[in-house]
Design a protein around this ligand. Structure first.
Ligand code: UDP
Length: 591
């Protein structure tokens, strides 16, 4: 591992309130007897220097690795940008696996199925998550040539992957997460839709049904559609599309599972169709990938780019943001993520080859809800949507410029000449994709900001994290706004802690109640519109949950699914409050 000596005057990072706990639990290196062997400063220097050291091999580079390492260190410890967890954990170590997202193929033979189980175990051990499509497996009860027996089908094999994950997670750095996808035209689709009916089943999987354009049109026209055995190509059955869609809606209403992804739409945006078809995404759905492909993500903390005193009530989307600094950070972050590809060691040669051919990266944002609070713009408003479009449009445009600059210095990604970009005379780019909106589950805790592009779950809450430990949090922007209005006080805070929301507190000024909205205060349609706004400016996809109140009906979910389709989303995940007994985040009520 290449390393650069730490400069003598390197400042200590100023940690956010919860950063220490999280870093100690999972990120700081430990000796075999469990003692910490690095400080947060060591960690961020380890990462910065390992990623910058890759610069040395590019003759065309205008940067010295030493000064670049310092820029990367400052970038991360200002909390303006963080790479995904595996990069923080493993950069500059012998393991050296830096990507959060992988997709593995599952072929229709025992050998191929168990290869995939083994590869997934190796990836989970290194902190990555895996996505699979089970669509190539022959349906249950079809014949198995070599034995004369009958096949057990995708859902039954899914159980093996789930159990393997369960065992690996005991020893790994974090929970191995999985995505399982089945095409809607697979004969076992109804079993798959019902797979998570019993609570606790397939707990290590997010499941999504892969919807095709033909299926969506059949729903629209109320027609039947064909179910096809993938091994023979034969049509074995026909189903009424609306019945299947209604069942999907019903299950999502009951448990949030399965979600849906629009497979044809994902493939329409596949930048390298000659490299293969995209059949799955990573576990949280934001990163569609080819079989054997991996992607490393990183997120910019938008709340750092607020310029106080520049609010403009007439056009809030215009003012209050330090665009020049955002541009600088986007360019440096793209550079960082491109170097991560070179620094990463992959668990299989096949994965390393696929990754280095397309060089996908996923730069996204977090702290969006915080920025809205700072600007005084409501999430559930046209101004909120306009701001999202403006910011992500900017990140997308500058991100692509940065990738084009890297291509001039280092050459385009090797598959560029046969990519859609080359056909459309765009680029050349260094990376087949540049942007992705990740959930930033842990990154947002380290950076002390709201996660991804989600609204706050509550203005005050206790957070259950990492093996039962709990953290109490009051949103600092909310606290500041209350103080500015002369409203802070223990009694008020008690009512906010109990509810999480201030919508029922009529004595508070309307402006405050309009701006400080939480996930449950926001009507589902605004959640969806926000997802669509970010998707319009993102190469890959957007991790987002559409929250619904417990009282939401199946028709409400149907409407959201339909709107997601019409608005151009790549998939959608809904969650009806209280439909599962275990929730990661909870407000005071009901605890
Ligand atoms: N992921 C995983 N296990 C986890 C959390 C995340 O495998 O426990 C993977 C998964 O592919 C997910 C991606 O990391 O889609 C990004 O998740 P997130 O942004 O929440 O990760 P962070 O970098 O904040 O830890």
């Amino acid at each position: 591992v290449l390393m650069i000596a730490m400069p003598k005057n390197l400042p200590q990072p100023q940690l956010k309130p919860n950063t220490d706990v999280v870093l100690q639990k999972r990120y700081l290196r430990k000796s075999l007897d469990g003692k910490l062997t690095e400080t947060p400063r060591d960690l961020f220097w380890r990462v910065a220097s390992a990623i910058a050291a890759e610069e040395g091999k590019y003759e065309g580079s205008s940067r010295e690795p030493e000064s670049l390492a310092r820029d990367f260190y400052d970038l991360m410890t200002s909390w303006k940008f963080l790479p995904n967890s595996p990069t923080l954990m493993n950069a500059g170590t012998d393991l050296g696996q830096l990507s959060a997202c992988f997709v593995l193929p599952v072929g229709d033979s025992i050998e191929e199925i168990f290869d995939a189980v083994k590869f997934a175990a190796m990836i989970h051990k290194s902190g990555g998550g895996t996505g699979f499509s089970f669509s190539r497996l022959r349906p249950k009860e079809s014949r198995v040539g070599s034995t004369g027996g009958v096949a057990s089908g995708p859902v039954s094999f899914l159980r093996i992957f789930n159990t393997a994950t369960e065992q690996i997670k005991q020893g790994g750095t974090r929970r191995g997460a999985n995505m399982g996808i089945l095409r809607v035209d697979h004969p076992d689709v109804l079993d798959f839709i019902r797979a998570k009916e019993k609570e606790g089943e397939f707990n290590n999987f997010n499941l999504s049904v892969g919807l095709t354009e033909a299926f969506m049109q059949a729903v629209e026209k109320d027609e039947h559609y064909d179910l096809r055995a993938p091994n023979t190509g034969e049509v074995v059955d026909r189903l009424r599309a609306r019945d299947v869609f209604d069942l999907l809606v019903k299950k999502a209403w009951q448990s949030g599972d399965p979600g849906i992804v629009f497979l044809d739409r994902i493939n329409r945006d596949n930048p390298t169709p000659d490299q293969g078809e995209i059949e799955s995404t990573n576990p949280c759905g934001e990163q569609p990938l080819l079989p054997f492909e991996a992607c490393n993500l990183g997120s910019i903390n938008l709340s750092c780019f607020y310029l106080p005193g520049h609010n403009d009530d007439a056009d809030p989307a215009r003012a209050g943001i330090d665009w020049d600094e955002l541009r600088r950070v986007v360019h440096l972050s793209v550079h960082f993520l491109d170097n991560v590809i070179d620094a990463s060691l992959f668990p299989l040669p096949r994965i390393a080859e696929t990754v280095r051919r397309n060089r996908k990266i996923g730069l996204g944002v977090m702290g969006f809800a915080d920025l809205l609070f700072e600007l005084g713009v409501a999430y559930n408003s046209q101004a909120g949507i306009d701001l999202a479009e403006r910011i992500m449009g900017f990140v997308q445009e500058e991100g692509h410029k940065a990738s084009a600059e890297l291509a001039r210095e280092r050459g385009p990604f090797p598959a560029y000449p046969t990519s859609l970009y080359a056909k459309k005379k765009k680029g050349p780019y260094r990376n087949a994709t540049v942007t992705t909106i990740a959930p930033t589950g842990t990154l947002s805790i380290i950076a002390g900001c709201s996660s991804g592009v989600e609204p706050l779950f509550a203005l005050c809450f206790t957070r259950n994290i990492l093996d039962g430990e709990r953290l109490v949090e009051v949103n600092p922007h909310f606290e500041a706004a209350l103080a500015a209005a002369g409203l802070a006080g223990p009694e008020l805070m008690d009512s906010v802690v109990a509810k999480g929301s201030i919508q029922d507190l009529d004595f508070l000024p309307a402006k405050l109640r309009n701006v400080f909205v939480t996930a449950m205060d926001i009507e589902p349609v605004w959640h969806l519109r926000m997802q669509a706004a970010f998707q319009r400016h993102t190469d890959n996809a957007v991790s987002k949950t559409v929250n619904l109140p417990n009282s939401a009906t199946e028709q409400d979910i149907f409407d959201i699914y339909w709107l997601a389709y019409k608005e151009g989303c790549k998939g959608v995940t809904v969650y009806r409050d209280g439909c599962k007994s275990i929730q990661v985040l909870a407000t005071g009520e009901g605890q």
